[in-house]
Design a binder for this molecule. Sequence first.
Ligand code: F6P
Length: 358
Amino acid sequence: MRIGMLTSGGDCQALNATMRGVAKSLYKMYDDVEIIGFEDGYKGLIHADYQVMKPSDFSGILTKGGTILGTSRTPFKTIRVPDESGLDKVESMKHTYRKLKLECLVVLGGNGSQKTANLLREEGLNIVSLPKTIDNDLWGTDVTFGFQSAINVAASAIDCIHTTAASHGRVFIVEVMGHKVGWLTLYAGLAGGADIILLPEVPYDLNVICNALKERNRQGKRFSILAVAEGAISKEDAKLSKKELKEKKKNQVAYPSVAYELGNRITELTGQEVRVTVPGHTQRGGEPCPYDRVLATRLGAAAAQLIYDKEYGYMVAVKNDNITKVPLEEVAGKLKYVDPGCSMIQEAKRLGISFGDE
Ligand code: F6P
C-alpha cells in the first residue's frame, strides 16, 4: 500500500514531528506500507517530484525544525489557472496520485492548503489532513501545531526587549506574525507582559494608545512595550472596504509594516522615542517546543488511524484536549478569529493591559 505525504504553505515547528507521528504509526500498523514524500508541497504532486521514503527518514526528526520534504505556497485562488506552460495543476495532481497508485494523500497544511486538500477530495482523491500553522487560525481545531512554539519565540523576543526598554526608558513595539488573526500576539503579548496589545480583531484608536502611554509616564513607568499583530488595524481603516483601503495606502507614505507606521504616529503625537522590533520568520524557526512535539505525535497517530480505518476526507483536530476529526468541507475556507469579547481579553484588561480600543 502506498501513501503520499506533503507539507504545504509556510513552514512551522513540528512539521517533521507530525510526519514522524504519521509514518511511525503506519509502519507499525502495516507490513507493506510505502510512503511517498512529495517535494515542496503541492508543487511536488503537480510535477511528480517525490522521494520514496524509508523508515529511517522519519527517525531522529522529532525535534528538528522546518520540513524534511520542503514546502512552498501554491495559492488556492490560482489553482484552477493553468501555469506558465499551460499545465492544468488539478489534473496533474490527480494524474500523479493515480499513476503512483496512492491509497491516500496526507496533507500537512494551513488555511490555503486545506482548501486545496478539500478540492482534491471533491475530485475523488482520498485525503487525510493535519492542522499546521503558527497563526492558529484554522477553523475546526482548538489549536494547531507550531502555534505554541511560535508563542515561545515571540514571547522571548518581548522578554529581551524588557531589559533594554527599562534601561533606556523608551517605547518599544514588537511586531508579531499571525497574518489576519491575533492569536499569536494575544498569547505572546500576555506571556511577555506587554503593556499594550493590538490585534486585527480589535481595531485600535491611536488617541487611546497615546493616552495609555501618557498615563504610564504619569505613573512613573520609564518604558512601555506594545505587542502588535502584523494585521493590526485602526478603527478608521477597519471601516473601509479592501479597495478603499488600498487606495488610501497608495496616497500615504509607504511603511515596511504596521509597526513602523504606528511607531511614527506615536512619536508625532507624544514626542516619545519609539523603537521597532520585528522577529519575523524567527517565529517559525528552531525546534518545536515539548507541547508541540506531544501534539504532533498525537495528531500524527490519529491521522494514521483514519487511514487504517479508511476514513477519508477529514482533518485531524483538537477539541477540549481530545483528538478528533473534522470533515474537510467544514474546515475549508473558514478562519478562526479571536473573539474580541473573549474572557482572555477581559482578564488582560482587568490587569490594565490596553488593547487600544477604549
Ligand atoms: O501563515 C504563517 C505566516 O508565518 C504568517 O504568520 C505570515 O503572515 C506569513 O506566514 C508569512 O509568509 P511568508 O513566509 O510567505 O513570507
